[in-house]
Design a protein around this ligand. Sequence first.
Ligand code: HEM
Length: 290
Amino acid sequence: MTFGSTTQAGLAQQQHGATTTSARRRSLQDFAGTALKAAAAFWLAVTAIGQLIFVVYIVALYGRSTVQGNFAAWNKVMPHGYVPGDSIGNAALAGHMLLAAIIMLGGLLQLVPQLRTRAPAFHRWNGRVYLLSAVAASLTGLYMVWFRGAAGDLMQHLGISFNALLVVVCGAMALRHALARKFALHRRWALRLFLVVSGVWFFRVGLMFWIVVNGGPAGFDPETFRGPFLSFLSFAQTLLPLAVLELYLRAQDRAGAGGKIAMAAGLLALTLAMGVGIGVATMGLWLPHI
Ligand code: HEM
């Protein structure tokens, strides 16, 4: 009898212990999931602010001057801006600027979850416009790089051309999976597309972050806009965000609590660095032209 009741008490204690451990594990999992979600939401908010400032800059500098017929103003920033007599090149550049503004705004709208669930028709139409604009911006960009001349050297031209190629590949994959109604795969490819399309924005933000942490231009010549760091950044603008996204998707789908928390912390650190880059780009590159 005594032996029986002792055993029963032991079993109950063991059961209680197991329940407590699994409850603790569950609450740690919940915390890790929430932390990862919060880090991603924070990243999106900071990205949205930075890209909206970039859109305002594009509209203020290129939109305003074009409407006023003041094409010479295009050359305030670009070394290969308005070229009198080069009607094809100037038209490609004007189209590129218009598409750039559409893309930067349209991409952000695609990521707003409420718009996806409450206005699916808008998501589909905006998605088509976004995809076509991104491909057209890449094609006009390729034309300018290889037939018109652009800032930087061969490595930078190869880097941005690689970016243009990936825009087409990710766009085709996102569209293919949407049409096949494979929405989990569509989401993955659409996120990749968003990051690749944002590559030129990452380039500017990354460059400004690099300059501020080094206390000035390092690893490149600011006069010629050439050097090893810019060669690296030309590819990193595409590959680095894609690599972080793959880690994030893995953490979201497969990682335990530790992996999720590590990913959330890493994403938070990257977002803070990005915030610094956005701040410096806003003050140095964009605000002076708004
Ligand atoms: C898809 C997203 C893209 C956006 C939002 C975008 C945006 C811009 C903006 C705003 C400028 C004006 C420069 C400035 O004021 O900062 C510009 C210039 C330019 N972009 Fe893009 N761009 C994109 C993709 C590309 C791609 C994929 C290429 C090349 C393959 C490219 C090639 C160029 C060239 C050659 C210039 C002129 C730069 C110079 O004068 O040297 N762009 N772009």
